[in-house]
Design a protein around this ligand. Structure first.
Ligand SMILES: Nc1nc2c(ncn2[C@@H]2O[C@H](COP(=O)(O)OP(=O)(O)OP(=O)(O)O)[C@@H](O)[C@H]2O)c(=O)[nH]1
Length: 394
């Protein structure tokens, strides 16, 4: 989890403010949205797939019962061999782990087969001199825009293709020109209505995604320093601890506390104190370099660092890196014996052991910090964690 620059907006907020009239985000965000959206619409896809399946199955009975044999000889196979398998495919994909986050393709195939299949049914009726009611194709257009929705652009492309196919069939085989004209105009109007509704639906879904991610991000970061907060730290620790137990890895923790910070606030004011905490937070964050390392604001003027796989590294050296990074800021502190802002650092490291040991590691880091304060501040102290007997650190 990375640090959020405290003054600049996140990618979610920027996208929301900039707007997205063409219903596309920048590539990385688009992939994230597609995954989120695929998962979020699983129920809808299943419902739409089964609903379509049942409706088309019912139409098979209707075709056989009401249409001449030379028409239903063609319409039934179109429904059974093209449309219904594609709908089933989407339902099956929605139950598969691998496809759950990539539902766009199966939905697109199902919607395309349904749209073009229905246009083919209309074409067969026209060609055989037995025009079928056109309400069916209007229903399909609406369902593709509003219920199945393979993305707004996908729905638009499929429906325009379907419209072109229907138009071609009307031009080729429609005996009643007026009826043909009405059919095409109705289908066109259905497309305008469906595309408008679909556009606003997708715009809304994308906005909800951005707002949700933005709130989630804010809930997990500290507003002043932009660092992950205590809750995010606890989650991260629990996650990497499980991984460290599996990999028998070493985890090191550092508790970092700004020295004489009350005096700093008293002398320079709270606003300057805030700015100093931002600078210290940024300096502490430079010491979390690997993907599973984390720097967090623990609370007040306390920070915490987590290093994953710290085996073979001297914990004192890790702590010293933090202390020096803050010292290098050279923030004047007239009421500190050193004359500049300093930190005390308590470090503890251990092989990841059974659950609960992470708590012991935190307590050890806290005890080390207490020792560093007691010994005069502006220093690093190391404490052995209770489970660290077999630890090869150092
Ligand atoms: N400006 C500012 N001050 C804060 C913030 N959070 C905590 N503080 C201040 O940090 C100070 C911490 O004071 P103490 O716990 O007495 O610690 P200290 O003065 O640093 O003394 P030692 O830790 O013993 O060196 C308090 O005055 C808090 O008001 C913050 O977000 N902004």
């Amino acid at each position: 989890m990375s640090r959020l620059p405290p003054t600049s907006a996140s990618v979610y907020q920027r996208t929301l403010e900039r707007g997205f009239p063409v219903l596309r985000f920048e590539p990385v965000l688009e992939v994230e949205y597609q995954r989120f959206h695929s998962r979020a619409q699983l129920q809808r896809v299943r419902w739409a797939g089964w609903l379509g399946f049942v409706i088309f199955a019912a139409f098979i009975g209707l075709d056989v019962a009401t249409l001449p044999a030379d028409v239903h000889r063609w319409t039934v196979p179109i429904r059974v061999l093209l449309i219904m398998p594609a709908l089933l495919l989407a339902v099956v994909a929605s139950h598969s782990r691998g496809w759950r986050t990539r539902m766009r393709l199966p939905i697109f195939i199902a919607a395309l087969s349904t749209g073009l299949g229905t246009a083919a049914v209309i074409a067969v009726g026209l060609q055989r001199g037995h025009p079928l009611p056109y309400e069916g194709i209007l229903l399909v257009a609406m369902a593709i825009y509003l219920l199945a929705s393979p993305g707004w652009w996908g729905a638009l492309a499929i429906n325009l293709l379907t419209l072109a196919a229907v138009l071609g069939a009307e031009l080729a085989w429609q005996a009643d020109a007026q009826a043909g004209l009405y059919q095409v105009v109705f289908l066109l109007a259905a497309n305008v209505v469906g595309a408008s509704g679909g556009y606003f639906l997708e715009h809304g879904a994308r906005s909800v995604f951005l707002v949700q991610r933005m709130l989630d991000e804010r809930a997990r970061h500290d507003g002043l320093t932009g660092l992950p907060n205590r809750g995010a730290l606890d989650e991260h620790l629990a996650r990497i601890w499980r991984q460290a137990v599996r990999e028998r890895a070493v985890v090191a923790l550092a508790m970092v506390d700004v020295d004489h910070f009350k005096r700093y606030n008293d002398r320079y004011g709270h606003a300057e104190g805030d700015a100093a905490l931002q600078a210290v937070g940024a300096a502490v964050a430079t010491q979390a370099r690997r993907p599973l390392d984390l720097a967090a604001r623990y609370g007040g003027e306390e920070f915490m660092l987590v290093w994953y796989r710290a085996a073979g590294v001297d914990p004192a050296e890790l702590g010293e890196g933090v202390r020096e990074a803050v010292e290098a800021l050279a923030l004047p502190h007239a009421d500190s014996p050193r004359g500049h802002l300093t930190v005390s650092v308590g470090v503890a490291a251990a092989h990841a052991g059974p659950q609960g040991a992470v708590q012991a590691l935190m307590e050890a880091a806290d005890a080390a910090l207490y020792a560093a304060k007691q010994q005069g501040r502006d220093r690093v102290a190391v404490q052995a964690a209770p489970s660290a007997a077999a630890c090869t650190v150092g």
